[in-house]
Design a protein around this ligand. Structure first.
Ligand code: LLP
Length: 430
């Protein structure tokens, strides 16, 4: 048997002609569980986490997995058991991570629009830190904490105004973005927060964007953050932790982001050079921990030749996997049986599209595939922001999800039923 791992996916490989994730043949999983189907590799997630842990060996670091990337309970449970904390952005995420066994003291709460109810819920749970994003939020959090007779631990999210050189929808640290407090307002905002009895300043944080594939924007952000820490501490306010956010990219299409350990070696060298290497750090990675651990399996329904384009119509759609429709994102699409073994169909260039009634419902454009109805495909790099951003549009039920550990596939989400999709709706009486 020959094993040929897919580039950038060490745990996804053709063994002879069949595509495997760890020791499970994906076509067996598709047959047993149906399609569309999300399948995640546990080993890939642990490897990705280990790269960060190696990078931070000997340092004081709390890794807070940004759970918005993939918030399936079993994925959260896996990271909680590895000692991770969590970056949350809603009361819903708080409940979800507590249900999965997350330690509330390792939870940080980001987001520009926290409600009073969410603040109350998080204070009662005893979370580690609120990443406050605006001056008005400071006042509201102070009031809510005083009502409960507690102090809210806070860090202020600073907008460092550096260009992460990524897609505009996922770049967050520029002046024109809604996130964080402007660099020049930071010291004054800290002074204001430090004077409020319901708040306790514990840190500072930033997050400059997502799918970042170069070290330079991070190095710039480190410099700007340290300048601020210096200024804030000179004003008599102690900063206990520095949180650099998430954002490290993955290889979707030959992208070459730095490895997490290599990136952090570089950043820590800069922190050491400036005398801050022994501080408590936090990071909030999402995509880089789970993105390349997941695939979405789909079956070819029809092959439709067109005048200008050929369409490969599959049973997964934009509601299951919205990134291509939303960001024109590229996800590699590969057959579960290597083309030579599949026999029959000749290779053609297709747009791979779903059944949803929108022209924007596509998963891949201009892909060369040798396919016929009944063939199965894997959409790669589908572990982050795919299932998590899914919807029920066109009353399509959410796919089942599996977590593969060696030769065992655990069902971590049962396929949704149509009844589930309208359970909370009511007809009008009379
Ligand atoms: N921390 C904060 C405050 C964030 O807003 C985010 C992501 C992260 C951490 C994690 O970033 P990551 O390590 O995953 O890049 N739906 C988009 C990505 C949106 C990212 C939003 N914020 C996509 O599919 O590309």
């Amino acid at each position: 048997m020959t094993s040929t791992p897919l580039p950038g996916h060490p745990h996804i490989a053709y063994r002879d002609d069949a595509l495997f994730i760890e020791d499970c043949a994906l076509s067996d999983l598709a047959r047993q569980h149906g399609t569309p189907l999300y399948v995640y590799s546990k080993a890939s997630m642990l490897d990705a986490l280990a790269a960060y842990q190696r990078g931070f060996a000997g340092r004081k670091v709390q890794i807070c997995y940004a759970m918005k990337a993939n918030s399936s309970l079993a994925v959260l449970q896996l990271f909680a058991r590895q000692g991770c904390g969590f970056d949350i952005v809603s009361g819903g995420e708080l409940q979800r991570v507590l249900a999965a066994g997350g330690d509330p003291r390792k939870i940080i709460f980001s987001g520009v629009g926290k409600t009073r109810a969410e603040m109350r819920q998080a204070l009662q749970a005893g979370i580690g830190c609120f990443n406050v994003e605006s001056e008005p939020e400071i006042d509201v959090l102070n009031e809510v904490a005083l009502e409960l007779g507690v102090q809210a631990p806070i860090s202020i999210r600073v907008n460092p105004n550096v260009d992460p050189k990524t897609h505009p929808y996922i770049s967050t640290g520029l002046k024109g973005n809604k996130f964080g407090v402007a660099h020049e307002r930071t010291v004054a905002t800290y002074q204001r927060a430090a004077a409020l009895p319901g708040l306790r300043v514990v840190g500072i944080d930033c997050h400059i964007g997502s799918q970042i594939t170069e070290a330079t924007p991070y190095l710039d952000a480190v410099d700007r953050m340290l300048d601020l820490v210096q200024a804030i501490e000179a004003a008599g306010i102690a900063i206990h932790h520095i949180d650099f956010g998430g954002g490290l990219g993955i290889d979707y299409n030959g992208d070459t982001p730095p490895a997490a350990d290599a990136l952090w070696a570089q950043l820590l060298a800069r922190l050491d050079a400036r005398g801050y290497g022994d501080r408590q750090f936090m990071i909030e990675p999402g995509r880089s921990l789970v993105g390349n651990a997941g695939v979405c399996l789909t079956e070819v329904l029809y092959v439709k030749p067109g005048e200008q384009k050929n369409f490969c119509i599959v049973d997964a759609a934009m509601n299951d996997l919205p990134r291509p429709a939303m960001y024109q994102a590229f996800h590699a699409i590969v057959p579960l049986q290597a083309p030579a073994a599949a026999g029959g169909a000749a290779a053609q260039v297709y747009d791979v599209v779903g059944p949803v009634c929108e022209s924007g419902d596509w998963l891949g454009r201009d892909r060369e595939l040798a396919v016929q109805p009944g063939d199965q495909l894997a959409v790669l790099s589908a572990g982050a922001y795919c299932s998590a951003m899914g919807s029920n549009y066109n009353t399509r039920t959410r796919p089942a999800e599996l977590l593969v550990d060696g030769g065992t596939a655990h069902v971590i989400r049962a396929r949704e039923t149509v009844a589930d999709t309208f359970r909370s709706e009511r007809l009008v009486a009379g």
